[in-house]
Design a protein around this ligand. Structure first.
Ligand code: 6R9
Length: 657
C-alpha cells in the first residue's frame, strides 16, 4: 500500500478571496460539515429549499426504505427548466446574457435568458405536438451549440428524459444507446463543425437507425448547422420547421423530484455501457449548489466550462448549474487547437472569462503546444480577467497544476481540482476557493455533506496515510438512482456486498494525507481506463476488437501511462492468421484501429496494437493482465510468472511491431 505525507507547499487563499467568497474561510467550511454531521437530512433539506424552487414543497427528505434505491424529496414537485430559465426572468434577469456562443469559425452569438426561455418553450411545444410525453426518452446527438442546451432544457420542460450521446460516438454506439433507452426521438444536426472540418451527424443517425433495433424512434429532428447535404426520409423534420409558429410560452410539466431528468451512458468494468439515471430534484440541487460554492459564482462572472454536453461535466456545469444560478457562460463549438493552440487563451481574453474549468489532458497538450510555439504561449494573451481555475476528469499531475497556476492563473487564481463522476451528478471532493488551502495534485476535502472515506476490502476505515478504496458512506441528493433497465447491475456495481450494501463504491482508489487528511485519487481500481478524461471500459474495446471476426481470434486491452492523455489504450491481439510483422503488422493495426473507431468511436482507438501468437495466460486460462500492463509500459517483468502457462509469449509481446 502506498503512503502519503504532503510536504508540498500549501497555496492559501488570499484574505480578499476569503472575504468575498460564498463559503468564506475554513471555519465556514467546517461549520457546514458540522451542520451536515449533526443533522444530515436537515442540512440537505435547508439547501434544497434555498437552491430549488418547488411547485409542491417536499415534506420527506431522504427515503431509505428501499435501499440502495434511495429517494430524495420524493413528495416534492418541480420543473428543472423552470428553475433554470423562468425563475431568472421572473427575478429580473431576462435581459442578462445566459450564453455567449462562439462558433468554430469564431463567430459570436449572445443569447439572453428571455431568448433562451422562448427558444426552449417553442421547442418544448414542438416536442409535445409530435407526441413526446412525460417519461419518454429523447436521444440528443448534437454539436456544442445553444440548440443543444435548448434541446436538453426543452426535454426537462415537458418531463421527457434526455439521453445525450457524445457527437464522437459511432453509429453502432448510438444505436446501442437508442435501443437500450427505448427512445422515441433523436434530436441531431446536419453536421458539426470542428477545427474547420464538417463532420456528419445526421448521416450517422441514419446509419444507426438502419442497423435495426430502433423501432421506437418516431421522429428525427435536425438542427441545420452547416447546410450540408443530408438524406431525408418521412420521419425527419427540420428543427426550424417544427418550432416555426409554436407559442413562445409553454407551461412546464411539474414532475416529482424523483422523475428521471436524464440518462447518461458511461463505461463500466464489464459489459455494455450503462445508462446512469439521475433524478431531477436532487440533481438540480447539487448542480446549483456546487456551481455556486465550488466556483464561487457571482452575478458578474463569465464562466467557461470547456466540456462537451455529451459528458456529465457538460450536463452539470453547462446545461444546468450555471443557468440555475442565473450566470453568464461561454459555450464553445470548436477545439482548443484551431485555428491554433492559443484558441482557449484568446477566448478568455476576448470574453473576459473570470472562471475557467477544463481537463488536465487539455492543459497538458496546450503546455506542449506553448513550449514548441511561442506564438501560442499564454503570455501572449491578456488573461487578467481570470480569478478562478478548475480541473476535472482525471488526476492532475503536480507539474501541470503548477504550470496552469502560473501561466494561466498568473499565480493569483486558485485551482479547484474537482473529483466526481457521471454517477455522482456533481462535485464530491473539491477545494472551495475561498476556504481550502490547496496542494497540487490533491482534490483536498469532501464537499460539505458528502461523506467520502477511504476503506479496506472489508469496509473498515484505513488510517490516513494509507491507500485504500474510495467510498461514500451516506446517500446524497444527486447520486445515481439506478442503471436504466438493470437495477441488479446498479446494486452490484455501486453497493456491493463487500460493504454489506451500505457504502457507495466509486471505483477509484484514494489515499488521505497523513497530516491534513487531504484526498488524492490514485486511479481506477477496476477495468476502466481514463483516456483524455474519457471513460473507456477495457472489456468494451476488447469486444469491439473480437467482433472483427474475420481477423481477430483474441484480444486483451490494458492502459499504460501517457504524458498527454493520462492513459493510453494498448491492445494485444491474436489474429486468425500467422502473427504479422513489419509493414503487414502496421497495416493490420491500422485496419483494427479504424474498426474500433467504427464500432465505438474515435476516442476508443488503441494507440498501440501488438500482435502475438497467444496471450499470457494462467493454467486455468485467465489472461494475466498485470503482465500485459507491465509490457505495455515497457517495464522489465519482475512479477511472479510461475502460474503462467506459456512464459515464452512475454518476450514476443515485448518486442514492438
Ligand atoms: C466528472 C467525470 C469519472 C472518473 C472518476 C475518476 C476520474 C474525475 C477526477 C478524477 C482524479 C479528479 N476523475 N475527476 N480523478 N481527480 N479531479 O469525469 O466523470 O466521466 O464519469 O469519470 O474520472 O477516475 O471515477 P466521468
Amino acid at each position: 500500500m502506498s503512503t502519503s505525507d504532503q510536504e508540498t507547499k500549501l497555496y492559501v487563499p488570499s484574505e480578499a478571496a476569503v472575504k468575498a467568497a460564498h463559503v468564506s474561510g475554513m471555519d465556514a467550511y467546517r461549520k457546514l460539515c458540522d451542520e451536515a454531521d449533526a443533522d444530515y437530512e436537515g442540512y440537505w433539506a435547508r439547501l434544497a429549499r434555498e437552491f430549488v424552487a418547488w411547485k409542491q414543497p417536499f415534506t420527506q427528505v431522504l427515503d431509505e426504505s428501499n435501499a440502495p434505491f434511495f429517494k430524495w424529496f420524493a413528495d416534492g414537485t418541480l420543473n428543472v427548466s423552470y428553475n433554470c430559465l423562468d425563475r431568472n426572468v421572473e427575478q429580473g434577469r431576462g435581459d442578462k446574457v445566459a450564453i455567449i456562443f462562439e462558433a468554430d469559425d469564431g463567430k459570436v452569438t449572445r443569447v439572453t435568458y428571455n431568448e433562451l426561455l422562448t427558444q426552449t418553450s417553442q421547442l418544448a411545444n414542438a416536442l409535445r405536438s409530435m407526441g413526446v410525453k412525460k417519461g419518454d426518452r429523447v436521444v440528443i446527438y448534437m454539436p456544442m451549440s445553444v440548440e443543444g442546451v435548448v434541446a436538453m432544457q426543452a426535454c426537462a420542460r415537458i418531463g421527457a428524459t434526455h439521453s445525450v450521446v457524445f457527437g464522437g460516438f459511432s453509429a453502432q454506439s448510438l444505436r446501442d444507446r437508442i435501443e437500450d433507452a427505448g427512445a422515441v426521438m433523436v434530436i441531431t444536426a446536419d453536421e458539426q463543425m470542428r477545427g474547420g472540418k464538417q463532420l456528419p451527424l445526421k448521416a450517422i443517425v441514419d446509419e444507426a437507425l438502419s442497423l435495426g433495433g430502433c423501432d421506437t424512434i418516431r421522429n428525427v429532428v435536425v438542427y441545420q448547422r452547416t447546410g450540408g447535404k443530408v438524406a431525408w426520409g418521412a420521419r425527419d423534420k427540420w428543427l426550424h420547421d417544427v418550432v416555426a409558429g409554436q407559442a413562445i410560452t409553454c407551461e412546464p410539466e411539474w414532475v416529482e423530484a424523483e422523475h428521471p431528468l436524464f440518462l447518461l451512458y458511461t463505461s463500466g468494468s464489464t459489459g455494455k455501457p450503462k445508462g446512469v439515471q439521475h433524478a431531477g430534484g436532487g440533481y438540480l440541487l447539487h448542480a446549483a449548489l456546487t456551481t455556486k460554492w465550488t466556483f464561487d459564482l457571482k452575478p458578474e462572472d463569465v464562466f467557461w466550462c470547456t466540456a462537451d454536453i455529451g459528458w456529465v461535466t457538460g450536463h452539470t456545469y453547462i446545461a444546468y448549474g450555471p443557468l440555475a444560478n442565473g450566470g453568464t457562460q461561454i459555450v464553445f463549438e470548436g477545439v482548443p487547437t484551431y485555428p491554433d493552440a492559443g484558441r482557449f487563451w484568446k477566448m478568455i481574453q476576448d470574453h473576459k472569462v473570470t472562471i475557467f474549468y477544463t481537463a488536465p489532458t487539455a492543459i497538458r497538450s496546450l503546455i506542449k503546444a506553448a513550449e514548441s510555439n511561442a506564438d501560442v504561449h499564454p503570455r501572449e494573451y491578456d488573461l487578467s480577467s481570470l480569478r478562478l481555475l478548475g480541473s476535472v476528469g482525471e488526476p492532475i499531475n503536480p507539474a501541470a497544476w503548477e504550470w496552469y497556476h502560473l501561466n494561466i492563473g498568473g499565480g493569483r487564481c486558485p485551482i479547484v481540482d474537482t473529483f466526481w463522476q457521471t454517477e455522482t451528478g456533481g462535485h464530491m471532493i473539491t477545494p472551495l476557493p475561498g476556504a481550502t488551502p490547496l496542494v497540487p495534485g490533491s482534490c483536498t476535502l469532501p464537499f460539505p455533506g458528502i461523506m467520502a472515506a477511504v476503506v479496506d476490502e472489508t469496509g473498515k476505515d484505513v488510517p490516513w496515510g494509507q491507500g485504500g478504496i474510495l467510498v461514500v458512506k451516506k446517500p446524497w441528493p444527486s447520486m445515481i438512482r439506478t442503471i436504466w433497465g438493470d437495477p441488479e447491475r446498479f446494486k452490484k456495481s455501486y453497493y456491493p456486498a463487500d460493504f454489506q450494501g451500505k457504502y457507495y463504491l466509486a471505483g477509484d482508489g484514494a489515499i488521505r494525507d497523513a497530516k491534513t487528511g487531504y484526498f488524492t485519487i490514485t486511479g481506477r481500481i477496476d477495468d476502466v481506463l481514463n483516456v483524455s478524461g474519457h471513460r473507456m471500459g477495457t472489456m468494451e474495446i476488447e469486444s469491439a476488437l473480437v467482433s472483427c471476426t474475420e481477423l481477430v481470434a483474441e484480444a486483451a486491452v490494458v492502459g499504460r501511462p501517457d504524458d498527454t492523455t493520462g492513459e493510453a489504450i494498448c491492445a494485444f491481439v491474436v489474429l486468425k492468421r500467422p502473427r504479422p510483422t513489419g509493414e503487414e503488422a502496421r497495416q493490420i493495426a491500422k485496419q483494427l484501429r479504424d474498426w474500433v473507431g467504427k464500432e465505438i468511436g474515435p476516442i476508443a482507438k488503441p494507440k498501440d496494437i501488438r500482435f502475438g501468437d497467444n496471450l499470457p495466460k494462467t493454467r486455468s486460462g485467465k489472461i494475466m493482465r498485470r503482465l500485459l500492463r507491465s509490457i505495455a509500459k515497457g517495464e522489465q517483468i519482475t512479477q511472479d510468472t510461475s502460474t503462467l502457462e506459456n512464459p515464452a509469449i512475454l518476450d514476443q509481446l515485448s518486442q514492438s511491431n
